[in-house]
Design a protein around this ligand. Sequence first.
Ligand code: NAP
Length: 300
Amino acid sequence: MYDILIIGGGPAGLTAATYACRAGKTVLVLEKAAFGGQITWSPRVENFPGFVSISGNELGDKLLEQAMEQGAEVELEEVAGLARNGETWTVRCDSGAAFEGRAVILATGAHPRMLGIPREEELVGSGVGYCAVCDGAFYKGKAVAVNGGGNSALQDALLLSESCSKVYLIHRRDSFRGEQKLVDALRARENVEFVLNASVTALLGEEELSGVVVEQEGRTRVIGVEGLFVAIGHRPDLDAFAPWLALDRAGYADAGEDCLTPTEGLFVAGDCRKKAVRQLTTAAADGAVAALAACRWLDR
Ligand code: NAP
């Protein structure tokens, strides 16, 4: 039996683990894929305090090392659901493993959103992707497109422009949600073309992607690319925990800055919580707030 079970090993979950351990609690962090979470997909992070520039992978490793140094235990497990028996939570995992704790912090983050256009699912892995860091190397010397206008899309386009012959950055508006510094860097690249006020409406190619159809200001345009990286935001990963939470229309946990949920002993932190700013720093801040709230609840 642990004091606190933390579901999700990204910046929110690992920061929560560090704080809870330092408050003397026993902690288990369950992560389904990679400790560090979404940030492991970022080639360079330049806006986390204390690091001028660090790769997302390295930052994830440091967050993990820090939590374990404070005494956190960690397991690679995909969580299937929660059950409550009196004052005890049981976390059930897909592997069949189960863990018990007195409090639970959900720090499950979010997963990439899909465009929802025909054949998108069919072409995943055959030209359509959601992680340029993971798959960009397959498109060396080829023309690719990135769809989106946030920091993820801008970073993906920058990364791809280093190895691809041409990068089309397709965005539905004419201004970007992502940082101006990244936009300026992209404008300076000769092999990057901005395709603005534009939406991808169809995917071309039989078994492999050969192009995208774009609707741009009332005109239809076909762009020949072998890769399309979709970076249009994320959806929270809270489906398995919905019975215990209030969710907003987009599926985020409708919890305030105090990270409390309507369920006693259950807390929520990071990108899966409804919030105005989703950044590494705000995820880490949530982790601290949720951990201290959980500690107060355990000590009540
Ligand atoms: P985001 O900031 O939510 O941006 C999503 C983009 O996709 C927006 O430009 C949006 O357009 C567009 N979009 C949404 N739905 C669309 C659709 N159906 N069709 C076409 N376009 C669509 O998401 P993100 O870029 O994944 O970033 C998530 C968070 O992580 C952000 O807070 C970001 O700053 C942060 N992040 C930080 C770093 C870092 O290095 N520190 C790196 C990556 C991400 P509109 O602008 O028109 O809404």
